[in-house]
Structure formats: C-alpha cells, structure tokens
Design a protein around this ligand. Structure first.
Ligand code: HEM
Length: 140
C-alpha cells in the first residue's frame, strides 16, 4: 500500500477545506437509506462528525505504524453491534470515505491513488470482518 499517496489524497482534500462530513453521510444515506435511521439519536449531527473525525485519525494510524488502528476497527465492530450496525457496513462506510475523497480531488485523483486506496480498503475490511482479536493475534 502506498502510504504517501494516501496521505496526499487526505492533504489535498484538507487543503480544499470542503465539508467532507456532509458529503460522506449524504452519499452513504443516498446509497443506503436504511442507515440514516441508525443515527436517530444523533439529533444535531455531532455523533456523525465525531465519528468521521475518529475514522480519519484511525486511517492515519492504520497507514503509519498501526499502533492502535487495527484493534480499533475490531473493537468498533463489536461496540457498534450494540447500535444495530452490522459488520458488513464498515466496508461500505470506508468505501464511501474513499469515494468522497476521489470526488473532492476531481482531476487530481490518479490511478495510483485509486490503487493505494483499494489496497487500504482491503486491509481495513479484513479487520472489520475479523473482529476476534485472538485470531488476529495468531495470524499476526
Ligand atoms: C472504524 C469505524 C468507526 C469508528 C471509529 C466509529 C466511531 C464512533 C464513535 C466514536 C461513536 C460515538 C460518537 C459520540 O457519541 O460522540 C460512534 C457512534 C455511532 N456510529 Fe460509528 N464508528 C465507525 C463505524 C461506523 C459505521 C460503519 C456505522 C454505520 C453506518 C456507524 C454508525 C454509528 C452510529 C449509528 C452511532 C451512534 C449510536 C448512537 O449513539 O445512537 N459507525 N461511532
């Protein structure tokens, strides 16, 4: 996975100062309307904002050192079961983040960036579909 390219996509999107939070959730709910209902208790959008901020921080750790990010994905899969969020949704959510970055970068998005993100998505999804940390400890 090309870490520099992933960082570059995040930097460019950051420099553009766009409201990525609205775009991520608009896109997610347009494609998966049933997911909007999960956020029923989030009356002012603060949970959505906080959640996406944590996801971006997690991605930065996932690609650079991975001190906690892999375990965080696994833990969140378990805690989110309590919110009625099925594990499969994590892959959809991560892909939506990548789609929004791609859309935000427009002509600056390259094929290599696309490959880097596909690699990253594949690795993150592995942890979301394998939340049992004892199994991860054995293979890792
Ligand atoms: C690694 C990925 C994720 C992380 C780090 C994460 C993080 C969080 C955090 C920190 C909160 C609590 C925010 C607060 O109370 O201030 C939260 C709540 C929530 N998350 Fe996530 N989340 C992730 C993935 C997902 C996915 C894929 C979905 C489904 C679309 C989802 C749906 C929700 C919902 C519905 C709540 C609110 C639950 C409630 O209190 O009613 N999360 N998430």
């Amino acid at each position: 996975m090309d870490v520099d390219l992933i960082e570059r996509t995040l930097e460019i999107a950051g420099e553009r100062g766009e409201d990525l939070t609205s775009r991520v959730y608009l896109r997610l709910f347009a494609a998966h309307p049933e997911m909007e209902a999960l956020f029923i208790r989030d009356t002012n959008g603060s949970v959505r904002g906080e959640m996406l901020a944590r996801v971006f921080e997690m991605i930065l750790d996932f690609i650079d050192g991975r001190a906690y990010a892999a375990q965080m994905i696994q833990c969140e899969v378990v805690t989110h079961e309590g919110y009625g969020v099925p594990p499969e949704v994590f892959g959809i959510f991560f892909s939506t983040v990548a789609d929004v970055l791609k859309e935000s970068l427009g002509a600056d998005w390259t094929a290599d960036m696309d490959t880097a993100w596909q690699d990253l998505l594949g690795e993150m999804v592995w942890f979301s579909t394998h939340p049992d940390q004892t199994i991860e400890a054995r293979v890792g």
